[in-house]
Design a protein around this ligand. Sequence first.
Ligand SMILES: [Zn+2]
Length: 337
Amino acid sequence: MGNVALDTLMSDFLQKSGGVAVIDGGLATELERYGADLNDPLWSAKCLLNSTHLIRQVHLDYLEAGADIIITSSYQATIQGFEAKGYSPEDGESMLRKSVEIAHEARDIYYERCLESSSDCDCRILKHRPILVAASVGSYGAYLADGSEYSGDYGDSMDLEFLKGFHRRRVQVLAESGADLIAFEVVPNKLEAQAFAELLEEGIIHIPAWFAFNSKDGVNVVSGDSVAECAAIADSCNKVVAVGINCTPPRFITALISTIKKATTKPILIYPNSGETYDAQRKQWVKNSGVPDEDFVSNVNTWCEMGASLIGGCCRTTPDTIRAIYRARSTRSESSN
Ligand SMILES: [Zn+2]
């Protein structure tokens, strides 16, 4: 996107995307579908070590399904996590950069295919459009991989400076890697939101960011802190260009949009999970009914009418989910023209 001013990057992008942009869907579950074994504290970041072709393929699948924004495979990638696996800090940093490079490669391949294809020869290939690469940053709890990312409980001794110190170099490396923005995802509590906001204000990060909080009751973030207070922290930071919710069951989303709307005038983003339950202890998804793609997507236009302008999916959503979101939006804009 070049040297776009921070405060207009998202508004310009949303305008070019017709008012609503489509975010991609779950990465890890798709990597597993391609045969990757992610049973590891690094989770999807494990593929940065030995299966970069699979990551590239999943990004490409999402672009061909209609995603306008692809999120990198760095959610659980931390310099500290790679060190625990025996890698030097320099290797860890180059793995972070690699996550952004892979997304860029997928975007380049996609654009080449757009040029090569005539519009009627392959319906999977959509039109050339602006595509953003969002560098994922998971919480400290995601690095711990002990379930605290879904409780937001870091213990009483946790403090702001520790969290800023933990994330600083990683966020800086990702911000300098050519990503269009940073996606702070599954933010579990107010303290970590504050840490991210203060890092952005330090003057070492020169790209914008979004904050996506995680709720399991539609009222609070997972730690019990209020969604309104968390959204207000994001709202007060000039570098934040969108605020919202991810990895949360679809049934809570309308209530959460209303709450966030009162706390910020920034664009609202929503990328729920499939509605299935994650067992953090066993590190497995509990196989139950979940929400079929049609039900998930039947909510999309309601969420947009309520004020959401970036919509995608998180865990257990697939390129089919994203294709359905894309179609729901394009059918709508065609019928309103
Ligand atoms: Zn998720």
